[in-house]
Write a protein of this length. Structure first.
Length: 146
């Protein structure tokens, strides 16, 4: 009877292909979510003025874009004035009322009529908002927002 020598086993390897796949998926996920965060801030041609100090970053910030006749936008959604005021009122309640942590910044497009900004100001006063800021581009800036 002839006995065979046992076959030699190679050194056990570690397949890193699944790890590379997971890493690529994470990179794609973070790239896509960062692009969505940038998409919320749409370009608005604001007036060129010197302006005041920057918004306090410790407060909750809500951007309101005045786009045209009865066209407003916040968080990337276009709304009419009544829907916008409902959303601002709900956000005020969430953050502690008119004197709470909510900081409103209005970005009025230069081509939108001033009457729309006046309607928005009247509507905000009607729901109890007394303090809000109007975004302007700095004198040396070429456009954009706060």
């Amino acid at each position: 009877m002839k006995l065979r020598a046992p076959p030699e086993r190679g050194i056990a390897g570690f397949d890193i292909t699944p790890m590379i796949d997971v890493t690529m998926l994470l990179i794609i996920f973070f790239m896509m979510t960062s692009q969505f965060a940038q998409a919320v801030r749409r370009p608005v041609d604001v007036p060129h003025e010197r302006g005041g100090e920057r918004v306090n970053q410790k407060r909750d910030l809500m951007l309101i874009d005045v786009l045209g006749p009865d066209r407003y936008a916040t968080v990337g959604q276009q709304l009419d004035l009544t829907e916008l005021l409902k959303r601002v009122g709900a956000e005020m309640k969430r953050t502690g009322g008119p004197e709470g942590r909510l900081e409103l910044v209005v970005r009025a497009d230069r081509v939108s009529p001033a009457a729309e900004l006046n309607r928005l100001a009247s509507g905000l006063a009607g729901i109890g908002v007394r303090n809000w800021r109007l975004a302007t581009a700095g004198e040396s800036a070429g456009g954009g927002g706060p």
